[in-house]
Design a protein around this ligand. Structure first.
Ligand code: GLN
Length: 240
């Protein structure tokens, strides 16, 4: 039986807005289809085995928790994450986790290192936090679809010239409130500012990530009324 092996990075530190709900959705979507599901966690100082997992997940965090995580991740997990991404593993990072996928996060006169998996930088510029419901249009290889969620970030993220965003902002602020783009998407590495949690409000995305991680197509589930209602409600909240 195919088994999705998920690894949460720093789950006790990087988990604001109940981002662990994303793991619950991945588990349910696998188990309802009779697929296996394994969940592991790695945190400060622990070694990351790039070959032991199909999907790596990191949630959002407060600036102070990100500071603890950023140095540890750059020192002890950078290489493993590059190996995993190069081997086709899915890497999904939300908000504070997303910011640390890039080169750096500059705030309050210090610079937190990122792991450089994608070409982007994040800066805490003067100005309000970017807060509110948000919806984007994204294409993960199965046609354009809407991802809806909630964003709350002080950092503004800027993608390098060759880097592709995850989607186009339909409503909300996105990466920096200026360029109309949200998130990042390179191969199977995905970063986004959208909480919700993300996957309970967008189960099509959860299914797509499982497909990419397991390299197999999934049968649709025939009982998604609640999930579809959650998606519709998140879209309505964003006015889309
Ligand atoms: N601390 C980061 C910021 O404010 C990320 C916040 C989050 O994960 N919601 O930009």
């Amino acid at each position: 039986m195919p088994t999705l092996r998920v690894c949460s990075l720093y789950p006790e530190l990087m988990n604001i807005y109940a981002d662990r709900g994303n793991i619950a959705v991945l588990r349910a979507r696998c188990e309802w289809r009779g697929l296996g599901f394994e969940h592991a966690a790695v945190s400060l100082g622990e070694r990351l085995d790039p070959d032991a997992h199909d999907l790596f997940y990191m949630g959002g965090g407060q600036d102070r928790d990100q500071a603890a995580v950023a140095h540890d991740m750059a020192d002890t997990k950078r290489e493993a994450l590059h190996t995993a991404a190069g081997g086709g593993a899915v890497i999904l990072a939300v908000c504070g986790g997303y910011q640390l996928l890039g080169h750096s996060y500059e705030l309050a006169g210090k610079t937190l290192p990122g792991v450089g998996l994608v070409d982007l930088t994040t800066v805490r510029e003067p100005g309000p936090r970017l807060i509110g419901n948000c919806a984007i249009e994204a294409d993960l290889g199965a046609g354009p679809q809407v991802i809806a969620g909630f964003e709350n970030h002080g950092g503004r993220t800027y993608l390098g010239a060759g880097e592709e965003p995850l989607g186009r902002v339909l409503a909300g602020h996105g990466n920096n409130g200026r360029d109309g783009f949200e998130g990042v998407h390179r191969d199977n590495v995905i970063g986004t500012y959208l909480h919700g949690p993300l996957l309970p409000k967008n189960v099509w995305l959860a299914d797509r990530l499982i497909e990419l991680a397991l390299e197999q197509e999934l049968e649709p589930l025939d009982n998604d009324e609640l999930e579809d209602a959650a998606h519709a409600s998140a879209r309505r909240a964003a006015g889309v």
